[in-house]
Ligand binder design. Structure first.
Ligand code: PAF
Length: 284
């Protein structure tokens, strides 16, 4: 595996590969890699000739300075994992390399980016689009891989691809979970031992809500999930929305969508965890 720190060098490598008719799989990450990221790399490895993984904590998508400052940075361990996973190029640029001058671009993402994370974290999705569009321009991927834990992010990136006319495939990959059900996340390392024990209840309650939903209305199901999570003193739901999987717009009744997805954000102390669950479309 080659570590690349400059945009020019990455461009040279991908141009050469493309000239030789090779396909390129890109896995954008912010590092602190875990098995969830590696599952994206494995999929990219299977489907492409060349795999590029970017490791970059993108400052423009953080709307909270403390979150940016405390975001885990583990470059050496990340490189070992990427090397073992058979990655060709790890792109690990500095902030200056990616943003030689301030990125003032504003993406007109519309309704898909206005709800849930978009409402709670102003500017977050614009920052995600700034970095992801740059990575697409630098790496010119045939396919780019994203985890469904950040379900709304994938819908927003699809919208950005449509707006900007990128010619590539967005591949959405299933959430990777710990044995106890907790969705893998770089932020999990910030949980105390006690919080780590409580956190898997989020996934358990979401899973059990599938059964509850089969005999209850959407509104009842929504409230049931919120009440059950909030029943833990240590946890507080920031939002739980059941939305259409494509538009991300909240729905009021099961019949309103063919693909309802429940998206939750929970505060456990000062750690913000997100998770989601797909309901089927034959609920009551
Ligand atoms: O999902 C993430 O880790 C980030 O939002 C991404 C897509 C790597 C952009 O910085």
């Amino acid at each position: 595996m080659k570590i690349i720190r400059s945009v020019a060098s990455l461009r040279r490598k991908v141009n050469e590969a493309k000239k030789n008719g090779k396909t390129i799989g890109l896995v954008p990450t912010m590092g602190a890699l875990h098995a969830g990221h590696i599952s994206l790399v494995d999929r990219a490895r299977k489907e492409n000739d060349v795999v590029v993984v970017s490791v970059f904590v993108n400052p423009t998508q953080f709307n909270n300075a403390n979150d940016l400052a405390t975001y885990p940075r583990t470059e050496e361990a990340d490189c070992e994992k990427l090397e073992a996973a058979g990655v060709d190029y790890a792109f690990i640029p500095s902030v200056k390399e990616v943003y030689p001058k301030e990125d003032t671009r504003h993406f007109d993402l519309g309704a898909v980016a206005e709800v849930m994370e978009g409402a709670m974290r102003p500017g977050h999705f614009n920052g995600v689009c700034q970095i992801v569009s740059k990575l697409f321009a630098f790496a010119q991927p045939t396919r780019a891989y994203f985890g469904e834990k950040d379900f709304q992010q994938i819908a927003v990136i699809r919208r950005m691809v449509e707006l900007e006319g990128f010619d590539l495939e967005i591949v959405a990959c299933p959430i990777k979970r710990e044995d106890d059900g907790l969705a893998m996340s770089s932020r999990n390392v910030r949980l105390s031992a006690e919080q780590r024990q409580i956190a898997p209840n989020i996934a358990r309650i979401l899973r059990e809500s599938l059964e509850y939903a089969s005999s209850h209305s959407l509104q009842e199901t929504k409230q049931w999930v919120i009440d059950n999570i909030n029943a833990y003193d240590a946890m507080e739901v920031e939002y739980y929305e059941i939305v259409d999987a494509r538009t991300m717009q909240p729905v009021k009744e099961w019949a309103e969508t063919e693909s309802p997805v429940g998206c939750v954000t929970v505060w456990l102390g000062d750690v913000r965890l997100i998770d989601n669950i797909k309901y089927n479309n034959n609920q009551k």
